[in-house]
Design a protein around this ligand. Structure first.
Ligand SMILES: C[S@@+](CC[C@H](N)C(=O)[O-])C[C@H]1O[C@@H](n2cnc3c(N)ncnc32)[C@H](O)[C@@H]1O
Length: 270
């Protein structure tokens, strides 16, 4: 297999940075090479230079999106960082909203959106929120969005879901589908997915009452992080709640926020 030369790596990194904000430092060269190598082989392309020319060209035939799918890290699972769902439950029990709009802003395969849907469906049944609620999941990657709309998950990723919720909200696969579970329509009808790049200006899709922006900022450089957080916060109502991955810490943004708990913030009104 051909080598990925420094110059070509830098050009691929620059293309990904300018288009979707991803930052690949020099030590990520082996990672980029190994993620793209099988694709080059499949296409019968000899060198990374030719692949770069293809994805950067005007007539890329959808290959830029394939490269994005290969270079983004989509690791996710149900009820990741459970303290955030506990805090959301407490806040909603206190606020008792009649309607609620939630945005999972880097949704990956939809685990975060469906975890939230399970929580909201329970709260609705208990009469602690109204029945007018919905969730939007967005991501840059086509591949994860296609999978999210099917709402089929390996049981391993559902390990943090209680047996009661599994029974209430999931269908367990049998035969060829053994080891997989699908979300039931009562959740699926509340959740929709769409493609959205967080690194370019976005149209008005809000306002939302709750936004999850977790475990995506780590792939951006500091100026991009702050820009993305401010952009996302334009879609959050005053007093609305923002969740960031706890590993991402506090991000310096211009929008005033009050810290509620690690990785949880309230947008200051006015
Ligand atoms: C590690 S996953 C996080 C999933 C989920 N939020 C969680 O915490 O489990 C990061 C997701 O961010 C997406 N992503 C990366 N760059 C993006 C961008 N510029 N705009 C939108 N999504 C992006 C990736 O495709 C990936 O699915």
């Amino acid at each position: 297999m051909t080598a990925l030369h420094d110059k070509t790596f830098r050009a691929i990194a620059e293309l990904m940075h300018s288009s979707i904000g991803l930052s690949f430092a020099a030590h990520k060269k082996p990672l980029v090479a190994s993620r793209l190598a099988p694709r080059l082989q499949r296409l019968g392309i000899d060198g990374y230079e030719d692949y770069l020319a293809l994805i950067a060209g005007d007539d890329d035939q959808g290959e830029f999106q394939v490269a994005v799918d290969l270079l983004t890290t989509n690791e996710t699972y149900f009820f990741r960082e459970p303290a955030h769902y506990e805090l959301l439950e407490q806040e909603l029990a206190r606020r008792r909203p009649a309607s609620l709009r939630v945005w999972s802003a880097a949704s990956s395969f939809g685990d975060e959106a469906y975890s939230t849907a399970m929580l909201l469906a329970d709260l609705q049944t208990q009469g602690r929120i109204g029945d007018d609620w919905s969730i939007l999941g967005t991501d840059i990657s086509d591949r994860v969005l296609r999978s999210a709309s099917q709402a089929i998950y390996p049981q391993e990723r559902l390990r943090n879901v209680s047996p009661e919720r599994l029974k209430r909200y999931c269908w367990r696969g049998e035969g060829e589908a053994d080891g997989l579970s699908q979300m039931q329509p009562k959740l699926r009808e509340r959740v929709r997915f769409g493609q959205l790049n967080l690194c370019v200006p976005i149209e008005n899709i809000g306002p939302f009452d709750v936004v999850f922006l977790r475990n995506v900022l780590i792939y951006f450089d500091p100026p991009t992080k702050a820009e993305v957080v401010d952009r996302v916060l334009t879609q959050l109502r005053p007093d609305g709640i923002l969740f960031l991955g706890t590993a991402e810490g506090r991000v310096p943004c211009r929008t005033p926020l009050k810290v509620l708990a690690p990785g949880a913030f309230r947008k200051v009104a006015g």
